[in-house]
Design a protein around this ligand. Structure first.
Ligand SMILES: Nc1ncnc2c1ncn2[C@@H]1O[C@H](COP(=O)(O)OP(=O)(O)OP(=O)(O)O)[C@@H](O)[C@H]1O
Ligand SMILES: [Mg+2]
Length: 442
């Protein structure tokens, strides 16, 4: 992960409109991880990540930024909702499980990378196994001519197999019997999960037998693949690399952090929320968490917390916790222009999604530019009249306009439908104008 801050911001720009401060802060934090890793060990230990607190109204892109980051990075990343956790000793998830989740992420990420590296070997192994089924090896002491014809058949078969000519042919393969119930529940406390681990191993060990199955060669390729990769992968190095990656590159996105805020100056003070905050302290500060793959030090894990802070304020969090999120960024409310940009200038824009969906039915959907402006305008109106739900309002507004078209799209195959400003107003104006209907319908 050695993208420069500018490159990171540029990538985010493709999907998220505005919110430049947040993008910049996050890009910098990520770059600083990279910079740190280039230093000598001693200095590395000294440099702590600067955790970030993102504050902003609902629907302005907080979670979206996190989602995009996940897709971009080859770093272990988990997004968790703070409100899901409960204090240790109560029923529910304990906060340490987020570190275990991070390690699972890391393992699966590193496994994929390693698999990619030995992809050719895996393929060779799979093909070798299939060919052995098709052309059984010669018995010892076969005559020269038998050997010669064997090699010939083998080569033709190999060629056919590689070109896919044999894909439809059926062969019998052996697969390990899957009696082993692989339950990975990061929520189990450490000692419980190790009990379970040994139970799994025991059950697995008892059932080393295989089952025979007749399948098409193209399916055999897939079925044998995971076996082969399992056999060829160096699981020990994967584990070590994954733990290292989680410790030094791991990012935890703690969404909805405002939901666990409950300060002294707040009426709805809730001791269990405060308990969760207390449990969070050591993890954010840096402590050691046991996972089934080994111990993980959380000192250098980067935490990005986000919350709307409507009811509570950042100052309602325990002072110690506030102090552990030194970087604050505020995301701004989205105005009409921003909403218009979101509809027109993002890679995954809603309009594109609708166009693609209706295209499946053979309907060509078009939006007049005026109509798009109308969407943005009316969405802002509805946000003002009812609650401000940010860009999410676009979903409801557009859905309302396209509802009928979408409903009988299957009967309109071959047609082109253009959404005009007039249509948008006709469908929405009355609803938006009236506060009560806006509240219920949009
Ligand atoms: N600045 C933005 N640019 C592009 N799309 C956005 C932006 N803000 C929000 N969206 C879109 O709006 C939807 C909701 O955004 P998101 O999930 O990020 O909200 P949030 O800020 O996390 O709100 P909440 O506090 O309710 O969790 C997403 O589908 C996202 O695509
Ligand atoms: Mg969110």
């Amino acid at each position: 992960m050695n993208l420069t801050p500018k490159q990171i911001v540029k990538y985010l720009d493709d999907y998220i409109i505005g919110q430049n401060d947040a993008k910049k802060t996050i890009a910098l934090a990520l770059r600083n991880r990279y910079r740190r890793m280039q230093l000598d060990k001693e200095l590395q230990e000294e440099i702590m990540p600067k955790n970030i607190l993102m504050i902003g109204n609902t629907g302005v892109g907080k979670t979206e930024i996190a989602r995009r980051l996940t897709k971009m990075m080859s770093l272990p990343f988990v997004k968790v909702e703070a409100s899901k956790y409960t204090e240790v000793g109560f029923v529910g998830r304990d906060v340490e499980s987020m570190i275990r989740d991070l390690v699972y992420e890391s393992i699966s990420l590193v496994t994929k990378e390693y698999e990619h590296k030995i992809q050719d070997n895996i393929e060779d192994e799979v093909n070798r196994q299939i060919i052995e089924k098709l052309v059984p090896p010669l018995p010892k002491g076969a005559t020269d001519s038998a050997q010669e014809s064997f090699i010939k058949t083998f080569n033709t078969m190999e060629k056919k197999l590689l070109s896919g000519d044999l894909d439809e042919r059926k062969i019998e393969i052996e697969l390990p019997k899957k009696t082993k119930v692989e339950i990975i529940d990061s929520n189990l406390p450490m000692d419980m999960s190790s009990v379970q681990e040994s139970l799994n191993n025991m059950l697995g060990g008892l059932n080393k037998e295989t089952i025979k199955k007749e399948v098409k060669i193209k399916d055999a390729k897939k079925l044998l693949r995971s076996e082969a990769s399992d056999k060829l992968l160096d699981h020990e190095s994967i584990k070590l690399e994954a733990l290292k990656r989680a410790e030094n590159g791991g990012i935890i996105f703690l969404d909805e952090i405002d939901k666990i805020a409950s300060g002294k100056n707040n009426q709805n003070q809730d001791p269990s929320k405060e308990g969760v905050q207390r449990d969070l302290l050591p993890i954010v500060e840096g402590s050691t968490v046991h996972t089934k793959y080994g111990q993980v030090k959380t000192d250098h894990v980067l935490f990005i917390a986000a919350g709307a802070f409507h009811v509570s304020k950042p100052s309602d969090l325990l002072p110690e916790l506030q102090g552990r999120f030194p970087l604050r960024v505020e995301l701004s409310a989205l105005d009409e222009d921003a909403l218009y940009q979101i509809l027109t200038n993002t890679k995954n824009s809603l309009l594109r999604q609708y166009i693609a969906l209706l295209d499946v039915e053979g309907v060509t959907l078009k939006f007049d530019d005026d109509a798009i402006h109308a969407f943005a305008h009316l969405a802002v109106g509805a946000n003002e009249k009812a609650e401000d739900i940010g860009a999410r309002r676009l979903h409801t507004v557009i859905e309302k306009v396209l509802e009928d078209i979408s409903f009988d799209a299957d009967e309109k195959s071959g047609e082109t439908i253009t959404i005009t400003k007039e249509l948008v107003y006709e469908k929405l104006e009355d609803i938006v104008e009236d506060e009560d209907t806006a509240r219920y319908i949009l």
